[in-house]
Design a protein around this ligand. Structure first.
Ligand code: TPP
Ligand code: MG
Length: 354
């Protein structure tokens, strides 16, 4: 039997599949120069953090899974700037970028990868389970689709408490056929839960191209539930910011959920053990031209928001911060064995508490 269908013979996911970028003017979006610079620094931190993390992984400094977000940084940064700091965010396992934009320090993030007690989840979560309750970031979840109803549940709580917050659940294109997503969509629409559901469509679910498992555009899944929906270019931080600002306002006004498809691209493998045989070099090269960080950098230079020299200085500062995080992670202690039994149950007087 021929296996042609599973062999990439050309570009499967094309940069022309990305929706057109929208307003390319930070002033029209109401963003200050400081905010643009903040976006750049934040995206660059995510990138350098993960490049160093990959290097440490390859050196054998830590094990387990490591899923890199490289290429998708405009999503976390654009969304985070558009939402209120106390809006709730929950994500799948590609969670480093989300943790970093929601207040996990590079030190606590790197230490978590190293499994150290100083990590953001006390070294017991690792790469897939970044978490920061103070920053309203509720993880970091490994089971595809399983956290989507938890996001809807947080929206339920916010509505019940009438606190004006919305909950945003992020997941991959591989999650859109999971029953949990459809249960959550149905109840969120039925009960008018202020939820922002976001699929970060990076073209692949492990090695399976979206075009091989989904007959229609993903955002159209919302039609089955009469849910508001939209699509946006996830390689352009301004487009993400603009769209999410507009949607968040509407969700807050109406309490109705919305399903947003963000088209993006991951430059690295699914995880560190992925040889990436399912896509061509030609395709990768095509998407390199859409790099969200390079794009923002060019914009900043063109609009004179920053000079080459300033960008170089910030980049060096961020590099130093990441190297400091590696050093911190290496020097930190592993959790005490007794910590295994801590943080298992929320209630101190739970019957099984040890
Ligand atoms: C219920 C379940 N089935 C299978 C897996 C194995 N698995 C881990 S990641 C993944 C692919 C998910 O891809 P996608 O949702 O597109 O997210 P991405 O990795 O692209 O961010 C699969 C099938 C899992 N973790 N959970
Ligand atoms: Mg995917």
């Amino acid at each position: 039997m021929s296996n042609t269908v599973f062999t990439p013979t050309g570009v499967i996911y094309k940069s022309t599949d990305l929706p057109k970028a929208t307003t390319q003017d930070h002033k029209k979006l109401g963003l200050s120069e400081e905010q643009v610079i903040h976006l750049f620094k934040e995206m660059y931190l995510q990138r350098r953090f993960e490049e160093r993390a990959a290097q440490q992984y390859q050196k054998g400094k830590f094990g387990g899974f490591l899923h890199l977000y490289i290429g998708q940084e405009a999503v976390s940064s654009g969304v985070n700037m558009a939402l209120q700091p106390n809006d709730d965010i929950i994500s799948a396992y590609r969670s480093h970028g989300w943790g970093l934009v929601r207040g996990v320090s590079p030190r606590a993030a790197m230490a978590e990868l190293f499994g150290k007690a100083t990590g953001c989840s006390k070294g017991k979560g690792g790469s897939m389970h970044f978490f920061n309750a103070e920053g309203h970031f509720w993880g970091g979840h490994g089971i595809v689709g399983a956290h989507i109803p938890v996001g809807a549940g947080m929206a339920f709580a916010n509505k019940y408490l009438n606190n004006g917050r919305i909950a945003a659940a992020f997941f991959g294109d591989g999650a859109v056929d999971q029953g949990a997503l459809h249960e959550a969509f149905n109840l969120a629409q039925l009960w008018s839960l202020p939820t922002l559901f976001v699929v970060e469509n990076n073209g692949y679910s492990m090695g399976t191209a979206v075009n091989r498992h989904t007959a229609t555009d993903i955002y159209k899944r919302a039609l089955a539930y009469d849910m508001d929906h939209a699509i946006v270019n996830g390689m352009d931080v301004f487009s993400v910011y603009e769209k999410v600002t507009e949607i968040a306002r509407k969700i807050r006004e109406t309490n109705k959920p919305c399903f947003l498809e963000v088209r993006t691209y991951r430059y690295r493998g699914h995880s560190m053990s992925d040889p990436g045989n399912y896509r061509t070099k030609e395709e990768m090269d095509e998407f390199r031209e859409t790099d969200p960080i390079e794009r923002l950098k060019s914009y900043m230079l063109k609009k004179k928001v920053a000079t080459e020299a300033q960008i170089a200085t910030w980049s060096e500062e961020i590099e130093a911060q990441v190297l400091d995080a590696v050093e911190f992670a290496e020097q930190s202690p592993f959790p005490d064995p007794a910590a295994l039994y801590q943080d298992v149950y929320a209630e101190n007087d739970y019957p099984f508490h040890i």
